[in-house]
Design a protein. Structure first.
Length: 466
RNA sequence: GGCCCGUUCGUCUAUCGGUUAGGACGUCAGGUUUUCAACCUGAAAAGAGGGGUUCAACUCCCCUACGGGCUGCCA
């Protein structure tokens, strides 16, 4: 039991689930699930100004969509503030921390002076070794009494052994003057109390880990295994931020990427198992190791994401895809499908799913089924057509109302219309597409030819829909 | 400024001292398809730069360049 793996995901509620955070959660989830361990969720909401219930809700929704289930209740870090303070007092009692009465102005002045002299700006509190009898009656913070000599070695599963000289680390504040804990203290206490054995997080925390290790040492707690994964960068190689576009996971759902594809793509981004690119959740859980995580930041590639998603759509069960479509429409704030549309789409799914990479693509290919009858070409677009295209269109429009063609009949109808005007099928599509701009019905007629050719039962279903 | 981490085709990556440096996405060229797409075949495409160590270096060490991170009573 003692070697059971416990991981956690500890996001701060910023209003949405960051795509990078989602990948961190995924890694933690894969590692725990792959080893029969536990995956916990903790919301780091100690910053009260920025924390709202809605923000937490967005994170839970994101994780749920991605299919990352967590064990036990969601822990609120804020709720545990008394416990954090208790630990701070304990460190004080052990002499591993001290009261610091320096004001923020004094600290700022210290840094200014240090900068001017080109020295380290790390604050050195005059209260570190002060006699308690000289303590003023004033607010104070509790600082960790960190070692000044020697070095701290982080044994990181991804980065290897990282050595930080202790003179590069300052006596960080653990408890603020208002009695609230800082992040540095809170993570350590929470991770320990929650029994976390493996801390898998972004490498922006790497250096801070050395500081946090001193708290573990002060409390004589075992230090968990650390694995600092590189952050995700935008296509330009810069740290992913809002200006790159989609950073929130819910935006990816709204763009119509299936969750299974997201999991696969995100897992493969910065982690590898040989040359395997496309895999199932079961394989990912089986194969996932911390050693397989790369050390360099990786960039988001939407083309590859799309490709992986396409493979997952093709491999998915039809009812799963129907659920995915429903979720997509909701996330994209689009109207839901009617019962008729649903049954038509369901029947066409075996054919549609082989060529769509995202849900919107799937829906676009199904437009012929989903479109309301009667179909009427746009008047303005009609006027802009050349005479040949216009006459082809007018010949075809009445035919579109009847949805019960066989493939052969369709071929005859469209082929004849084209041939009568000396055009090939290829020449035909463009003007028609233009004529029906805004409805994009025409391309789907040809899709329907393919569908009809492979599934005659569709003709009957469409008959009812029409 | 100081400290820490990183750097293989455009992108994600394989390689864990000896390979024609492999795969995937994308791109380009053909093919199939009575549109598009999908699909099939093929091609171009990489070890940041400079020093070492070694019989041998993409792999180990050092320097430089570039990118990122930390350096808060933010998380």
């Amino acid at each position: 039991m003692s070697d059971k793996i416990v991981t956690r995901f500890a996001p701060s509620p910023t209003g949405y689930l960051h795509i990078g955070g989602a990948r961190t959660a995924l890694f933690n989830w894969l590692f725990a699930r792959g080893h029969g361990g536990t995956f916990l969720l903790r919301i780091e909401d100690t910053d009260r100004a920025r924390s709202t219930p809605e923000a937490t809700e967005a994170i839970l929704k994101g994780l749920t969509w991605l299919g990352l289930d967590w064990d036990g209740d969601v822990v609120s870090q804020f709720d545990r503030a008394p416990r954090h303070a208790e630990v701070a007092r304990e460190m004080l009692a052990r002499g591993r921390a001290y009261k610091c009465f320096s004001s923020q102005e004094e600290i700022e002045a210290f840094r200014e002076a240090a900068r001017a002299e080109g020295k380290s700006t790390l604050f050195q509190s005059p209260w570190r070794d002060a006699d308690p009898s000289t303590y003023p009656d004033a607010p104070y913070v509790i600082r960790l009494r960190a070692p000044r000599d020697g070095a701290t070695v982080i044994q990181d599963k991804v980065q290897g052994d990282v050595t930080i000289r202790n003179d590069q680390l300052d006596d960080m504040v653990c408890l603020r003057s208002d009695g609230t804990p800082t992040y540095m203290l809170a993570v350590v206490v929470d991770d320990h109390d929650m029994g976390v054995t493996h801390v898998i997080r972004g490498d922006d925390h790497l250096v801070n880990t050395a500081r946090q290790m001193h708290i573990y040492h002060a409390m004589e707690w075992p230090v968990p295994v650390h694995a600092h994964i590189p952050l995700i960068h935008g296509p330009d190689g810069k740290k992913l931020s809002k200006r790159h576009g989609a950073v929130g996971l819910e935006q990816y759902q709204a763009m119509g990427y299936p969750a299974a594809g997201m999991r696969n793509y995100l897992a493969r981004l910065g982690w590898s198992h040989g040359d395997d690119e496309f895999f199932t959740d079961a394989q990912a859980r089986d194969w996932f190791t911390l050693e397989g995580i790369g050390r360099s930041p990786s960039r988001l590639d939407f083309k590859k994401l799309e490709n992986i998603c396409g493979q997952h759509i093709a491999a998915s069960q039809n009812d799963e895809l129907m659920g995915g479509v429903t979720g997509y429409l909701q996330a994209a704030a689009l109207p839901p499908l009617s019962a008729q549309q649903t049954s038509g789409l369901c029947a066409a799914m075996p054919i549609l799913k082989t060529s769509a990479k995202t849900f919107p693509q799937l829906l676009e290919k199904a437009e012929f089924i989903l479109t309301q009858r009667p179909i009427t070409p746009d008047e303005k677009a009609l006027k802009s057509l050349d005479s040949v295209s216009r006459s082809i269109l007018s010949e075809l429009t009445p035919q579109m109302q009847n949805a019960s063609w066989t493939r052969e009949e369709l071929e005859g109808i469209v082929g004849n219309a084209a041939n009568a005007h000396g055009l090939g099928m290829g020449k035909l599509a463009a003007p028609l597409r233009a004529a029906l701009a805004g409805r994009s019905v025409t391309p789907s007629i040809f899709d329907m030819m393919i569908i009809l050719g492979r599934d005659e039962t569709l003709a009957r279903i469409m008959d009812q829909a029409a």
